[in-house]
Unconditional design. Structure first.
Length: 190
């Protein structure tokens, strides 16, 4: 069974990681867990209260397959939890590391984006950090996967889900059907 942990903070953007966690758990049997600073309950930007299974400091990388940083406004503030060492260690251990929206800020600060193609909400979103990976930034509206790192703007939870699963070696007909179902919503506007 594949194991994943999603890091949530106060005012996390609840829509951004919902699809990957639901799909991974329901369709592919992942053990999906959630961590927050100190393991305390957090409330999303939409008002959903989540009681995580563990504190960020209690995350063990042994046996972990996927570590996700959910976006939220806290990553642009000095109240953001310090997770740089955790993210760098996970990437070094070949754990798939993923960040969406301002979760990409945490990956940039950790140096995880220094040598991989990546995206975010905008180039400016990351450039203000002075990180070393700016030459690898991809200005695209969908998720980007490179070297077991997956990033996405907050508006791309569907491609974020798909790129994570593909990075983990999952690309079956179920995933294709799921993607087609989500794409159908936008077909009349194309």
């Amino acid at each position: 069974m594949k194991r994943s942990i999603t890091i949530l903070t106060e005012d996390f953007s609840d829509w951004e990681t919902a699809l990957i966690n639901s799909t991974a758990r329901a369709y592919y049997g992942f053990d999906t867990r959630y961590a927050s600073p100190d393991g305390n309950p957090v409330t999303s930007s939409g008002g959903m209260k989540v009681v995580p299974q563990l504190a960020i400091d209690a995350i063990q990388l042994d046996g972990l397959d996927l570590l996700i940083v959910c976006g939220g406004t806290i990553w642009q503030t000095d109240r953001a939890p310090e997770i740089g060492a955790l993210l760098a260690a996970a990437h070094k251990r070949d754990v798939v590391v993923a960040g969406i929206c301002d979760g990409t800020v945490a990956l940039a600060r950790a140096g995880v984006l220094d040598h991989v193609r990546h995206t975010s909400n905008s180039a400016q979103n990351l450039s203000q950090l002075g990180y070393a990976g700016s030459a690898h930034y991809q200005d695209v509206p969908y998720a980007v996967a490179d070297q077991r790192v997956v990033t996405a703007p907050g508006s791309a939870p569907v491609s974020f889900m798909a790129e994570i699963l593909r990075t983990m070696g999952i690309g079956d007909d179920n995933l294709k059907a799921y993607l087609a179902m989500h794409a159908a919503e936008h077909s009349r506007h194309a």
